[in-house]
Each structure stands twice: as C-alpha cells, then as structure tokens.
Write a protein that binds this ligand. Structure first.
Ligand code: SIN
Length: 279
C-alpha cells in the first residue's frame, strides 16, 4: 500500500512498524483509519511516539478498531473501567505480562488486540518484545504443519508462571472473576479472520496441554513450538518512552514484557479489544 496520510517505518522485517504523522488523541478521519488498519494487518504491532492521551482518548482511539473488552482479574481505573493500569512499583520484583504470551487466550473469545500507553517508564529497561506467529507457523515443515492440523490447545489462566505476574495488580484492584470461565480450548493453528493467514496460537504462558493428550505427551510438541515462536528473527524489541503507544494484534503476535528494571517504576494504561472465537 502507498500510505498517503501516515508514515510507516518497519522496525524489523518480521514485525512492528513505527507510525508517524498522526496524533491519535485527535478524531481520526476514515482515510487515516483505513491506512492504520492496513498497517496493523501488515506489521502486527504499531508503535506511536509522543502521544498525549487521557484515558478517555485512549479508549476513543481503541474504539476506532472494535468493541472494548475487559480484563477478567483486575478492575479498571476509577471512572475509566475499560482502562487497566499496568504498573510495576519500585519495591516490586514481579511485573505484569512478564513472559511470552498472547493476551488472555484462556477466554473463549480472547481479545483481538490490545493498546498500551506508557506514562512512566525507566530510562533503561522495561522494553517489550513482540514476535510474529505467522512466521513461526510458516517456518514449520509441511510434515509438522500436517501433524498440527486439527490439534487444539487447552489454555488456562492458572499456569503458575503466568498467574504470578498478575498477583500485585490483583491485590491492588481485584475484580470478581468468579463467574468467568478461564479455561478454553483453541486451535493450535488459527486462521486470521482478516488476512486469512495461519498463525501459531499456543503459548508457554497459558497452554497446559493438547486436547486429548496428557501434559507429558503434549510437552515435546508444545515445547518445540515455544522455541520456534521465540526465534529472534521473528521478533522485535520496543523501548518505551513516556507517551509511547503500542497497538498489537493478539491473533497473530505474542509479546513479553521484560522485567529488568527492579527499583524503578513503570506505569502503563492498557485497553483491550473484543475478539472472536479462534478458528
Ligand atoms: C501486557 O502483557 O499487556 C503488558 C505488556 C507490557 O507491560 O509491556
């Protein structure tokens, strides 16, 4: 596509593009939105710098791309229930989302995308890694792809490594998640509803086993897929500054918030967008 209203600069050949020439706090024209949607589907995660966003404007921007969703375990901000504060305080050693994952894949309809706005960040550290799950899938041999055909992964919110990353935020602002089902089975290879491309959709954070197999039987296949998903050439690394925004597609990308900044405070605002049942 020839971008006429925004500037797009890829971060790596695999994933991520910096978008320039747009103030996402303003009301965006359909022409700009069309180009942003196109860039989102092409690059899987869009990065913006120096954005001055109130929680209302963050929600308004997210709403241009779909319906707003809710995070099951943590209450949103007072007056802005759609916005979850992703915080790591100076005295905390655990960070939210600090492992490879796609957001809340343990829900029956996991979110299609998430928007994260940086307010306070350490001068160094606290970067987020992103990885392209189309490329991870496409790197597999035809024989292995055939093996995965029809397999479903069981995803749970209770895997300890992931569950621990939300403990501080749940202690601060618990949300009553009693009625929410937090285990879901999804195809290990899902087809993106817009691009039609196939992507790996299992994660070290949430997938416990392959449906119909024991955890021990599933492990060699899943562990192999996790190693493929995390290959460096499929990824990019984003360094946050106050005012940075990332908008990623959970259907074909994974991310990992690095936890290398103990003693420093990091404050982000996050909004998720409703998704569909993966197919
Ligand atoms: C998340 O997983 O939503 C948090 C990512 C981050 O803080 O960089």
């Amino acid at each position: 596509m020839n971008y006429r209203h925004i500037e797009i600069e890829p971060v790596t050949p695999a994933i991520g593009a910096t978008v320039r020439g747009v103030d996402i706090a303003s009301t965006l024209s359909e022409d700009v939105l069309d180009e942003l949607r196109h860039a989102y589907h092409e690059h899987l995660v869009l990065f913006f710098r120096d954005q001055k966003l109130t929680p209302e404007r963050l929600v308004a921007f997210a709403r241009c791309f779909g319906e707003i969703g809710y995070y099951p375990f943590v209450e949103g901000m007072a007056g802005h229930p759609e916005v979850v504060e992703v915080v790591k305080k100076e005295d905390e050693t655990i960070n939210f989302g600090g492992l490879w994952h796609t957001d809340t894949s343990y829900l029956e309809r996991p979110p299609m995308g998430s928007v994260l706005h940086a307010l306070e960040v350490p001068r160094v550290g606290g970067d987020t890694l992103f990885a392209n799950m189309y490329l991870a899938y496409e790197s597999l041999t035809p024989g292995f792809r055939q093996l995965l055909e029809g397999l479903r992964g069981v995803n749970s919110a209770e895997k300890p490594d992931a569950a621990v990353t939300r403990t501080h935020r749940m202690a601060d602002k618990p949300r009553d998640a009693q009625d929410i089902v937090t285990t879901a089975s999804h195809p290990i290879v899902r087809t993106h509803p817009v691009t039609g491309r196939k992507a790996l959709y299992c994660s070290n954070a949430h997938t416990t086993h392959i449906e119909g197999m024991s955890a021990a039987e599933s492990a060699p296949i899943l562990q192999y897929l996790y190693r493929v998903q995390q290959r460096e050439e499929f990824g990019c690394r984003f360094h946050w500054e106050p005012g940075s925004v990332a908008f990623w597609d959970n259907r074909c990308a994974q991310h990992n918030a690095l936890n290398d900044y103990h003693g420093h405070r990091r404050v982000m605002h996050r909004v998720t967008l409703e998704g569909e049942v993966p197919a």
